[in-house]
Design a protein around this ligand. Sequence first.
Ligand SMILES: Cc1cn([C@H]2C[C@H](O)[C@@H](COP(=O)(O)OP(=O)(O)O[C@H]3O[C@@H](C)C(=O)[C@@H](O)[C@H]3O)O2)c(=O)[nH]c1=O
Length: 184
Amino acid sequence: MVEVRKLGLGDVLEILPKKHGDHRGFFSETYNAAELKTAGVDLVFVQDNHSYSAAAGVLRGLHYQLPPFAQDKLVRVTRGAILDVVVDIRRSSPTFGKWEALEVSAERWNQILVPKGFAHGFVTLVPDTEVLYKVTNLYSKEHDRSLRFDDPAIGVAWPTISGGFTLSDKDRNAPLLANADLFD
Ligand SMILES: Cc1cn([C@H]2C[C@H](O)[C@@H](COP(=O)(O)OP(=O)(O)O[C@H]3O[C@@H](C)C(=O)[C@@H](O)[C@H]3O)O2)c(=O)[nH]c1=O
């Protein structure tokens, strides 16, 4: 049975699927809709994503899609490790602008559920890291947004990575929270 743990912010969850190890290796149900529904997570995922980052310090984020293409994301790591970061960007939320981080890794075999209304990003902690995630809405370039990972108004405590961060141009030039299109 999958274990579901509430983190500190909104409905952000850590999900720990069972791993059955034996002399051959292991087997794991990495997603079981019925078990998650019993645990209170009733979502319909419509797209699976997979990203590979060659180096430690690859920082992707902070990303979200605006309604009507907002996405819940169920994120896991099959190789390597990330520090995963979520930021509450719902203006009406008592925790608006607050962030939370969780290490997600192949070793921990954990997942993070990022609800709609949260910006999401991660930095790879080791080279050759593969991140797989399910989303509840299709990609829409027009609704896709990035928020500055180092906005002091948010103040995410990103880890220090020797060699620094590797970012996309889109993420390097992303707007600050004060100038971004957010959720109501
Ligand atoms: C996100 C996405 C990108 N793309 C394309 C657009 C672009 O040409 C290429 C790379 O896109 P990006 O630079 O946005 O990829 P990336 O920076 O890895 O974006 C991802 O970051 C993490 C943190 C998330 O939370 C994801 O939702 C997503 O935003 O892939 C799709 O075709 N479908 C998708 O769903």
